[in-house]
Design a protein around this ligand. Sequence first.
Ligand SMILES: Cc1cc2nc3c(=O)[nH]c(=O)nc-3n(C[C@H](O)[C@H](O)[C@H](O)COP(=O)(O)OP(=O)(O)OC[C@H]3O[C@@H](n4cnc5c(N)ncnc54)[C@H](O)[C@@H]3O)c2cc1C
Length: 450
Amino acid sequence: MTDQTATDRLRIAIIGSGPSGFYAADFLLKSEVSPTVHMFERLPTPYGLVRYGVAPDHAKIRNVINVYAKTAAHADFHFYGNVNIGYDITLEELRQHFDAIILAYGSSTDRHLNIPGEDLPRSYTATEFCAWYNGHPDYRDHNFDFSHETAVVIGQGNVAMDVTRILATPAEKLAATDMAVHAVEALKASKIKNIHCIGRRGPVQAAFTPKEIAELGAIEDCDVIVNPADLEIDEVSRAFLESGDRPSAKRNFDVLTEFAQREPTGASRRIYVRFFQSPVSINGEGMVESVTLVTNELTGEPGAERAVPTEQTETLPCGLFFRSVGYKGVPLPGAPFDEKRAIVPNEKGRVSPGLYTVGWIKNGPAGLIGTNKKDSEETVAQLLEDASSLAGAPHRENDHLNGLLADRGIRVVSYEDWLKIDTAEVERGKAAGKPRGNFTTVDEMLAVLD
Ligand SMILES: Cc1cc2nc3c(=O)[nH]c(=O)nc-3n(C[C@H](O)[C@H](O)[C@H](O)COP(=O)(O)OP(=O)(O)OC[C@H]3O[C@@H](n4cnc5c(N)ncnc54)[C@H](O)[C@@H]3O)c2cc1C
């Protein structure tokens, strides 16, 4: 701690309370400049995708919030939940109150396939499905129709694995997790029996991690089926696999090989993990009835193979379609944005002196929670390099900002407020035999406080 008074010290705002924002806050609070850190979050609840992305049956992964809670307990950390930056207060107004701003607002939408039929009823996105089953207030009222026996999931990253696994898992199992009650109830009525999880490239190129693909093979009352022909890989893929450049590719391949050797047991549900196919159209009269897939061949160097469509197509009957081909960042009003890459343009996290970025909106939507730690460290290093020259914001008292938000009728949720919501959710959960019973509307959350 330096001998500066509270108002002299650097005042830094972080927009977004996901992993990247919390890691940045932690590095700042431990730095020699001892700034005050003010984190803004548009929802009353902190932790971003740790709460609203990570699958409910992966409870241990969510334990990372205990690390963030320690950061939040720091005397110089201030949380402003329920404040939507760019809407409730502009970025320019924020600049009047803070010497530096870090954009940590993540990637909230998803990529399109740009094929006919993508907007048909019962064609869904992984983004909305994952947010819905985790009780995100924006998705509370979405409806998913699970009345058909066959679902297709396009994509083979870990999010696609989550979608596939949740669709295949008996709802009674999910009821014991912190999955939102509305989702458990809808999934209890699910008629889904077949889930086709389809990737455009081969088993060596798939983006899932060994743990996530292996989990598909451990789902109760579910067979996982891999066509041995899909594992007959070309020389380029074989060379990459054996090079050891990506050890997880070899482990994935071993898991898939074991799946391919399994005999179906006649379980109630079946997951088909399929490769070398891309959707070219989603078909149906008024709703999804089938998807047309084209078979691909691989071309390119080891580790950089691309899928090239052949003439061969197949039409697969299905009643639900999920695309899981990547998240996508959106612009924040007043901040620079690279439309092509859908990120905030930056150099090692520096957008311009005084404006910085971290996490998915800095790099694009890839990487695990832990990946954000090193990345936030890089950005904080840039900010600290600039520290001595950061312009002094004119309004240095928290009261000025609080007054502005109060005048606009914004009910700011402090970290202490969040802890009350947290306690109430845990209590609700106990009553229902769940680890916690998340509120799924902002009104319910605020009702705990007022
Ligand atoms: C479905 C899914 C499952 C995942 N599962 C795992 C997993 O099991 N294990 C793992 O390691 N990683 C997992 N990840 C990856 C991990 O969640 C990300 O690496 C991480 O959350 C990215 O952190 P972030 O801070 O950049 O963004 P986010 O976590 O998205 O946080 C951004 C925050 O900014 C807030 N925000 C947005 N706009 C504004 C605004 N205008 N004003 C104020 N606040 C705003 C958002 O509400 C959000 O809270 C998963 C990702 C997804 C999508």
